[in-house]
Design a protein around this ligand. Structure first.
Ligand SMILES: NC(=O)c1ccc[n+]([C@@H]2O[C@H](COP(=O)([O-])OP(=O)(O)OC[C@H]3O[C@@H](n4cnc5c(N)ncnc54)[C@H](OP(=O)(O)O)[C@@H]3O)[C@@H](O)[C@H]2O)c1
Length: 323
């Protein structure tokens, strides 16, 4: 994308302090890019600095809902990466303001400063989705490509890695609940993808290895149902729990109450998302808009998840079964 060397290339990572963000910052630091992390609370992003050399990673304050701060963080940058996303709405953090308006501001700033944009969306982005999350992600993609037709868009399936929200959350619930719910019978398909593989694909896009104006769909090597993922978590943490099918309408009823928790376990909008498979499409596979198309061999959950879920075992890092 750029003839500059990574040492001379400044990459602004909006949302760089999040789960995916720290892996993207690490991947870019390894490739010697200069990195500016743009987040609302840069004082909480100090943990990113050891991922690079002294002075290589720097955090600035930005709110995607505030266009001038988005523009200020784009100054002198050659690449802008937008990783900002929310799973539920709170106060002024709405899907429309953070995902849609925010992404458009990053794309406009990219154009204004002559930078290339890499935007992270999600599998499930669909303008006709019954979920506001899915619709806001689809609208964002459309606005980003309208503002910068050469932008690269990455749609991951559910991410796994040491700080993930999915495997850690259900493993934590299994510690004290006698049963885990199988929302909608647990039949929805997922293609969990290692956060490090998605970070590699994003760093490849910064290197200029992706096709311009293309939407990539990033999934792991295996497709699993929700039920199979729950069974995998339980066997990994060596706990026996009942798996109880919970019809969508019951899950929705529960979510109506759970959504008011400070960090909701489930929201009605997430129940809507769970109705649809979250897997890489056949067209993305045939057109090479995948990790494999970028020559990234995705890691399976078995290779990574046990390395951080062991803490939910009764015996911790020690095996309960003695040979
Ligand atoms: N995690 C998954 O399984 C998954 C799956 C598919 C797609 N994705 C997408 O991947 C992207 C990254 O997800 P993630 O899991 O890394 O999310 P995350 O851990 O929640 O990180 C979100 C980041 O955005 C920042 N942020 C939030 N609101 C902001 C605002 N108004 N202005 C500026 N920064 C803001 C947060 O920092 P501050 O709070 O300090 O501002 C944080 O750095 C998102 O777009 C998400 O939709 C994630």
């Amino acid at each position: 994308m750029t003839a500059r060397s990574p040492y001379d290339t400044l990459v602004t990572v909006y949302g760089g302090s999040g789960f995916l963000g720290r892996h993207v910052v690490r991947a870019l630091a390894k490739r010697n890019y200069r990195i500016r992390v743009a987040v609302r609370r840069p004082e909480l992003a100090g943990f990113l600095q050891p991922l690079g050399r002294v002075g290589q990673v720097h955090a600035v304050q930005t709110n995607l809902r505030h266009a001038p701060s988005v523009d200020a963080a784009a100054r002198d940058a050659q690449v802008l990466i937008n990783l900002v996303g929310i799973l539920f709405e709170r106060g002024r953090q709405r899907f429309s303001s953070v995902h849609t308006y925010g992404a458009e501001q990053v794309a406009l700033a990219a154009n204004a400063h002559g930078a290339h944009m890499v935007h992270v969306s999600a599998i499930g982005a669909d303008k006709d989705s019954p979920s506001a999350y899915g619709r806001s992600k689809a609208n964002a993609e459309q606005l980003v490509l309208a503002a910068q037709p050469s932008a690269t868009i990455m749609r991951p399936s559910i991410l796994f890695g040491p700080e993930d929200d999915f495997f850690n959350r259900f493993a934590a619930l299994a510690r004290f609940l006698p049963a885990l719910p199988l929302i909608g019978g647990g039949l929805t398909h997922f293609q969990p993808v290692f956060v490090g593989d998605v970070a590699t694909a994003i760093a490849d896009a910064v290197d200029g290895k992706t096709r311009p104006g293309t939407i990539y769909e990033l999934g792991g090597p295996d497709v699993r149902t929700f039920k199979e993922l729950m069974q995998f978590i339980l066997s990994t943490i060596e706990r026996k729990r009942l798996l109880i099918p919970l019809p969508f309408f019951m899950a929705n009823l529960q979510a109506m109450f759970l959504q008011y928790l400070p960090k909701p376990l489930l929201t009605p909008d997430q129940v809507e998302l769970l109705r649809f498979d979250n897997v890489v499409s056949e067209s993305a596979k045939s057109e090479g808009r995948t990790l494999q198309g970028l020559s990234v061999e995705p890691e399976p959950i078995e290779a990574i998840v046990p390395s951080y879920l062991w803490r939910f075992r009764k015996t911790g890092q020690f095996r309960s079964r003695i040979a």
